[in-house]
Design a protein around this ligand. Sequence first.
Ligand code: F6P
Length: 549
Amino acid sequence: MNPLTKLNSWQALQTHQAEMSGTHMRDLFADNPHRFHEFSYLFNDILFDFSKNRLTKETIRLLINLAEERDVKGWTEKMFSGETINNTENRPVLHTALRNRSNRPIYVKGEDVMPGVNHVLERMRKFSEAVRSGAWKGFSGKPITDVVNIGIGGSDLGPAMVTEALLDYQRPNIKMHFVSNIDSTQLFETNRYLNPETTLFIISSKTFTTVETMTNARSAREWFLNVAKDESAIERHFVAISTNAEEVRKFGIDLGLMFEFWEWVGGRYSVWSAIGLPIAIAIGFKRFEEFLQGAFEMDEHFRKAPLEINLPVIMAMIGIWYNNFFGADTHAIIPYDQYLKRLPSYIRQMDMESNGKRVDRDGNPVDYATGPIIWGELGSNGQHAFFQLIHQSERLIPADYIAMHENKHPIGEHHTILLANFFAQTEALMKGKNAQEAAAEMKAEGLSDEQIAKLLPHKIFTGNKPSNSILIQKLDPKTLGSLMAFYEHKVFVQGLIWNVNSFDQWGVELGKQLAKAIQPELSDNQPIHSHDSSTNSLINYYKSHPHSR
Ligand code: F6P
């Protein structure tokens, strides 16, 4: 593959950026009354407005040329058809098969994966219905009232985010809890008010070897057995979700209570698999299927729509534009919807673990920026915390602003005020306030010329700050599925442009290895000398002070 920065389309974008760098979005809007219509698309109930970006039709044309030169269409087909595109782990990437509602066959090593996918879905249906109806009883004959998912990373963030986002679809008789942290406080605080007789633990781990999850799972079992006393009770209270039957069996969970998934499902893309079981229990299987349907419809759009009207492709290429041609290091996700509180952390893992790479697919160091730092917060909270920097610092912070037409729990004017802020922020970011406007405003307020001169620099907003607005009819399982798939494919396209393998995560290994070496060194109070002076001194200082085990 040609080095990225040598591509004609890349170099054309560099030239174009130099021309665009002096352009203000105010002028782009003033010059073109159709700008919104030309730079926004509707996908089902999702309106994607990208008109408040520093781009023109020419920019989009050049970005799409780049996507074409990188063969985005070809790679998309490779992913959907099960080719081994995760080259460092020698695996296909088939989370899309998990929501392939058309049931068209998808082959891995000559075998159609769909019967297996459907079989697990059917098991999830039966199990979730049994738990929800109360037919599934705990060891003392009582129905389940609390479900605790123990998992971390992709085995936590997806189900935790979705169950929170869809809280309104849940019944009060079963509460969902998520334990991910190895810090025992989380398990303690979760279990503190739970009754082992009515608690179901779901141990979610693709590998079933992740130290945080396995440690939490063992402690949960101990907590449970303290009351149940009898190991045979475990089968009413512990189920496993994993690809690793051997480890599940060793842990003591009957394989009949293991919900399987496959190595071709990446952890951060696994919410559509059995890892979604907590979601099915929380909202019911029918709703879970709607969630899959939403993702499937976005998949179909992504596969079939031409690049220039393809939502994930457009969103990805706008990200490339800022990341690689304007030097923006970060990208913010700002939901104006309380239920989407955890969406930024979910997308953060999906994006940063996928594209935070320094070498390309063939192992060559890259000479361009790859995945940005993803961060974010609920809209109105963020406004009163960090928006100052987005508005008035010199940094360029592209961001996605997400809101719903309908609020699930309208009270008085809350939603109107929320949405007024949603609209106002992106307008303010785009337009800014120039010196003339700021001075006129202060004059109208009665400030003296001297006061105006002093305050003026502080009151200016340069504007020209980019945003995408995503306006959705209402937050329901289907739309949420579409929204999540929208982001997944954005991340995929960006990985293709940067020619990185978006589906491995070797960068998490070194810390794990070193922690394994340090753990036994903490078992006594003898000073250690095996590390650098900082690490030795930190460990020795810790050991010489009272500490927990
Ligand atoms: O350490 C990173 C990671 O492997 C993530 O990619 C993954 O989502 C998480 O750990 C949990 O892994 P597992 O599901 O195997 O416990």
